[in-house]
Design a protein around this ligand. Structure first.
Ligand SMILES: Nc1ncnc2c1ncn2[C@@H]1O[C@H](COP(=O)(O)OP(=O)(O)O)[C@@H](O)[C@H]1O
Ligand SMILES: N[C@@H](CC(=O)OP(=O)(O)O)C(=O)O
Length: 468
């Protein structure tokens, strides 16, 4: 069972989570926790401030105080001893001082910094479980077998993790039976031995990795929404839960930017064929979303609409100095050289339109220099147009019925008078992506949602009972 930041954001929430954990008495759950509430963001902000504030001021950084107050208050309200985390706060203070002293915050240091969030929350929660008589044992994932690449901020899980985690948990269980409480999001770099993180939202991945390592029957990820919804509820309030999804659909949805799941998190579950259930810790009786290998798609047209904003798009037209094969090869080798990932692509014989993956273009400064560099290189072989402030609207669903999907999409766009700037159907056959201007995107999502999901609801609500 994985509980995200919103599920463990306060003492009251932790008490509810403890009740939830106890509501599966016949099971032997393994728990994965994220940092409390907004702690990860606060740690990142504290690091940025430490860079500029000077050594004497680090202890006054507002976010540092917010994090301390939250954990101290939570410990008091749960009635647990603050000794479970006092060493960690001393260490965190020293780390912020170190950043201020060196005026340097590398990705490696940043991963160490954000690790405090999960290290704190798991200590607090495990202590609380023990206090209420549920024997629990806290684990720092980087000490308990999570071995990753050394790609800080976006590390990948290595195969060695699975046997290592299984061995550790089985041995401990045999020696002394206690509910494991694991830090989500964290790992240990293979070569450096330093703490790494799995990318934002990485605790979902921690949970499915443990599921695969132990061959568990089910992985549950508990969030603050009633499951995976038909679109982001912050974009459109009429979003409704999707009862069933395949691993492919969930992966595509996450990859194209639905914050609800980590993009890599379905991989271990798919490999081990372990169902993943997305549930709402604020509303535990709602069934949520069940994600499995296969499902009956015959009645499905669309599953979910995902919006990814602030995308950069490139239109590249060959100057015909190279043949078609040479042209495409040259374009993609330029991206490889510069370490830039591409999201959506549409090609013709002499032109290529694509969007760039913003995850790889992490910091603001880098964006402009990287883009300038890329455009200079590409202009040697092509005419290049850089189009910014675009959005990708991804339609996840049954692409076997893509003609019908597209027919509906274009009638919506026609009615709105909006021009689609690029369109691409993913090879995985579960996704159609459309590119529009940022300024039009939310309206498009709302209208598409209405056309695909709300009209059916409206019709079914109008029908007399018994017909459905
Ligand atoms: N299609 C979607 N379905 C559900 N939630 C979504 C979707 N798209 C975006 N979200 C956002 O994802 C949030 C849940 O993910 P996340 O914040 O990572 O949860 P947690 O931190 O509890 O694991 C929701 O509160 C919602 O705002
Ligand atoms: N705390 C980390 C990891 C995580 O998974 O968080 P959450 O489950 O709250 O999305 C983050 O904020 O990215």
């Amino acid at each position: 069972m994985k509980f995200g930041g919103s599920s463990v954001s306060s003492a009251a929430r932790m008490k509810e989570v403890a009740t939830l954990v106890q509501s599966f008495p016949g099971e032997r759950p393994v728990l994965v926790l994220s940092a409390m509430g907004k702690t990860t963001n606060n740690l990142l902000a504290a690091g940025e401030k430490a860079l500029h504030c000077g050594v004497p001021m680090t202890c006054y950084i507002e976010e540092f105080s917010v994090i301390k107050d939250l954990h101290v208050r939570t410990a008091k309200e749960l009635g647990i001893d603050q000794a479970v985390f006092s060493d960690l706060f001393e260490e965190l203070g020293m780390l912020l001082t170190g950043i201020a002293l060196m005026k340097e915050l590398t990705p490696r240091t940043q991963d160490n910094l954000v690790s405090f969030g999960e290290r704190l929350s798991t200590r607090v929660f495990a202590a609380y479980l023990n206090k209420i008589g549920v024997k629990a044992r806290q684990y720092d994932a980087f000490e308990a077998g999570f071995i990753t690449t050394d790609e800080f901020r976006n590390a990948e899980i290595l195969e060695a993790t699975y046997p290592a985690v299984a061995k550790r948990l089985h041995e401990d269980w045999r020696r002394d039976q206690a509910v494991p409480v694991f830090t989500g999001f964290l790992g240990k770099g293979e070569k450096t031995g330093a703490i790494t993180t799995l990318g934002r939202g990485g605790s979902d991945l921690t949970a499915t990795v443990i599921g695969k390592a132990l061959g568990l029957r089910e992985v549950q990820v508990w969030k603050d929404v009633d499951g995976v919804l038909t679109c982001d509820p912050n974009v459109h309030s009429l979003a409704v839960p999707v009862p069933c999804l395949t691993f492919d659909e969930a992966t595509e949805l996450a990859y194209f930017g639905a914050q609800v799941l980590h993009p890599q998190s379905m991989r271990p579950a798919r490999e081990a064929n372990i169902p993943v259930r997305v549930k709402n810790s604020y509303n535990p009786h709602v069934p949520g979303t069940l994600i499995t290998k296969k499902r009956d798609m015959s009645e499905t047209l669309l599953t979910s609409i995902v919006l990814k904003r602030n995308i950069t798009m490139l239109d590249i037209v060959s100057t015909r100095m190279l043949g078609q094969v040479g042209f495409l090869a040259k374009v993609f080798s330029t991206f490889e050289e510069l370490g830039i990932s591409v999201d959506v692509v549409a090609t013709s014989e002499v032109s290529i339109s694509l969007t760039l993956d913003p995850i790889k273009i992490w910091s603001r400064d880098l964006i402009q220099t990287e883009l300038d560099n890329m455009v200079t290189k590409l202009r040697k072989i092509a005419k290049v147009k850089l189009l910014q402030k675009r959005s990708i609207i991804s339609l996840i669903g049954n692409v076997e019925r893509s003609s019908l999907v597209l027919k509906k999409v274009f009638s919506v766009f026609e009615e709105l008078g909006i021009k689609v700037q690029m369109i691409s159907q993913g090879a995985s056959k579960v996704n159609i992506s459309l590119i529009v201007n940022d300024s039009e995107a939310e309206r498009c999502v709302r209208e598409l949602h209405s056309a695909f999901f709300e009209q059916e609801i409206a019709i079914s609500k109008d029908l007399p009972a018994g017909i459905l």
